[in-house]
Ligand binder design. Structure first.
Ligand code: SF4
Ligand code: SF4
Length: 296
């Protein structure tokens, strides 16, 4: 296409950033970061972060050392492995100590693996310099609103700067931090994918404005994902629960955004411990009891 060669080189083996790559290159997630600094109404803390994952899934939580052994084991058995991501099961940047330790161990052993993280963005501005230093080339921020009033229907509270905030001020802070983090990453040339969870009746039409806003701030890809409604999820939305969008509703919002930021249409909403090509999950072949105690 019209993409500059330098950019193409950075995405051509990342299955989430390049639709072509997703047939040939594999990613894995390791679930090392269970803590989270916000509450999303669609989240159930017993399960993986819904920002990037399927509801109702409990990933095997690992220490950085266990994650390191798992990554090396997978790299030896899955030759297409090109990307290591940390997508929770909480927030990779709030639980930064474990995220960072994992990346340091892995990149010492496998220097050419691409590192990526996903985050709700609240802690993002504090970590941009370290992300650059550590060569983390791909960051996903989940942005569900740019209007804090809409945010009040999605986020009951955040924990920021040692304090808990609720109501409008919580969403205002979250929104400002997300926009600042996105701008800082774009300025430093880190590729940013924005995930938005489409929540019918809450942010469906609003996502068109989100699309324009994140594009204007330099997001490379926008991934509009359906809320996957599950009885165990979304209970905070009210007694009746919150339904997910119908396929046609998702398509309509994606269609309305097609002049804006590049849309990702092949996201599989993987588990926080997914392994393999997109659309396949070999995670169960690499549970802790199956990986060696010593790998390097
Ligand atoms: Fe749950 Fe993820 Fe939201 Fe945190 S950011 S509350 S882990 S869905
Ligand atoms: Fe890629 Fe979507 Fe899976 Fe994340 S959840 S690894 S963006 S396909």
């Amino acid at each position: 296409g019209d993409m500059p060669a330098e950019l193409w080189n950075r995405i051509k083996d990342h299955p989430c950033y390049s639709e072509e790559a997703h047939h040939y290159f594999a990613r894995m997630h390791v679930a090392v970061a269970p803590a989270c600094n916000i509450q999303c109404n669609y989240c159930n803390r017993k399960y993986d972060c819904a920002n990037e994952s399927r509801p109702g899934v409990v990933s095997e939580k690992l220490t950085p050392d266990q994650a390191f052994r798992k990554v090396v084991t997978v790299a030896n058995e899955v030759p297409q492995l090109s990307v290591l991501g940390i997508a929770g099961p909480g927030d990779a940047l709030y639980d930064w100590r474990k995220t960072k330790a994992t990346f340091e161990l892995v990149s010492r052993e496998i220097p050419d693996i691409k590192l990526c993280i996903s985050t709700n963005g609240l802690a993002l501005p504090d970590h941009v310099d370290e992300l650059v230093d550590m060569n983390i080339d791909h960051v996903t921020i989940t942005i569900n609103m740019i209007d804090p009033l809409i945010g009040t229907k999605i986020y009951p509270w955040i924990f920021y700067d040692h304090k808990r905030y609720t109501g409008l001020v919580a969403s205002q802070i979250l929104h400002e931090r997300q926009m600042l983090g996105l701008e800082m990453l774009a300025e430093r040339g880190i590729l940013v994918k924005v995930n938005s969870v489409l929540i019918p009746g809450i942010n469906d039409q609003h996502l068109i404005e989100v699309n324009a806003a994140v594009k204007a701030r330099g997001a490379f890809l926008h991934n509009i994902m359906p809320l996957i409604s599950d009885p165990a999820h979304g209970t905070h939305f009210g007694l009746t629960g919150q339904r997910g969008p119908k396929h046609a509703e998702l398509m309509a919002v994606q269609e309305a955004c097609s002049g804006g930021a590049n849309l990702m249409r092949h996201c599989r909403q993987c588990r926080a411990d997914a392994v393999g090509l997109l659309g396949e999950d070999r995670g169960q072949e690499f549970t802790l009891d199956q990986i060696p105690a010593e790998v390097a």
